[in-house]
Design a protein around this ligand. Structure first.
Ligand code: FES
Ligand SMILES: [Fe+2]
Length: 317
């Protein structure tokens, strides 16, 4: 059973929480999502399970406890819970009615090596995810960054092309420097999963390659000549005022593990460039469109903002 009012302003959503391999065997993993602390652990079959990281007895963090035989033991009085949240043992109280002492389990699925969590009661539908994740020929790496920013500002930054030559003058925006007097058209085309975003500069062919997956994933297609390379940016709200940005790099070349640091370093540098700017935004949370000045190239930002106010913030909670 879900408690009422969980995941404020982020309820009723399928979310890419973390790579499955981040969840160890025999040990709990604690993660913040939209103001709720979660504990993940593996059951006896090795399947990942998630509970609210809050013991139903006195509210302490289950993640401070131990995992054995697929059960998590609370560190305070030793109650034990399975992955469905069922209480399986209460020390000193052989007559305790275990069925009434459950912890709160959260629906999750493991798909394409990622843990997808549903921030609602009964899971509806399934996650919107890039098909690239399902390819067999790719190597996937993941890296986490915590930004002191509201996730809506981070998400909008990911959907925004005009900032490239300014924020990323020495990296991915180098080719656009000094060319901003030409017009750019930004198109947001709604799709079943979210939207396809196309940037077109006057006199050039349109550049697709940016996709938005509802509610909080960006996929950037890089695909160097005949190969596959994608960056996924997952913008998960963590605790108040913080966003856990996870960047997944998907590539079907240079797949040796020893080459991972090259890709990770390049991403980290670009993320640091964005971070310095995005964290300074006021107000912290993306406001209604009327409260800021906008121009035509802000189309994707404004389209996302509409989803935020209509379907996420004011959504299924
Ligand atoms: S607080 Fe968890 S068993 Fe008492
Ligand atoms: Fe950027």
């Amino acid at each position: 059973m879900m408690g009422a009012g969980l995941f404020p302003h982020f309820a009723g959503l399928w979310v890419a929480l973390c790579p499955a391999r981040a969840v160890p065997r025999g040990r709990p993993l604690s993660l913040m999502l939209a103001g709720e602390r979660l504990v993940l652990f593996r059951d006896t079959h090795g399947a990942v399970q998630a509970l609210l990281d809050r013991c139903p007895h006195r509210g302490v963090a289950l993640s401070l406890g131990r995992v054995a035989e697929g059960l998590i033991t609370c560190p305070f009085h030793g109650w034990r819970f399975d992955g469905a949240g069922q209480c399986r043992h209460v020390p000193w109280n052989p007559d305790a009615k275990l069925a009434t002492l459950s912890a709160t389990a959260l629906p999750l699925r493991e798909i394409a090596g990622l843990i997808w969590l549903y921030t609602g009661g009964t899971a509806m539908g399934g996650p919107a995810m890039p098909e690239t994740l399902l390819r067999q020929d790719i190597r996937v790496t993941a890296q986490d960054f915590t930004w002191n920013a509201h996730w809506t500002r981070v998400m909008e930054n990911m959907l925004d092309t005009p900032h490239l030559p300014f924020v990323h003058a020495k990296t991915i925006g180098r080719h656009l420097r000094g060319r901003s007097s030409a017009a750019m058209e930004m198109r947001w085309q709604e799709t079943a999963y979210g939207a396809e975003i196309t940037a077109r500069r006057a006199g050039e062919a349109p550049r697709p390659g940016l996709r938005y997956y509802f509610p909080n994933i960006m996929e950037l297609t890089i695909d160097p000549a005949g190969r596959v390379m994608r960056l996924l940016a997952v913008c998960n709200p963590a605790e108040e005022g913080k966003t856990r940005l996870t960047i997944y790099t998907l590539r079907n070349f240079a797949k040796l593990k020893l080459l991972d640091p090259l890709f990770l370093r390049a991403n980290a540098r670009i993320a640091a460039e964005d971070r310095a700017i995005v964290e300074s935004a006021q107000p912290a949370e993306a406001p209604p469109a009327g409260e800021e000045k906008s121009v035509a190239t802000d189309a994707p930002t404004l389209a996302f903002r509409k989803l935020w106010f209509e379907r996420i913030k004011g959504g299924a909670a």
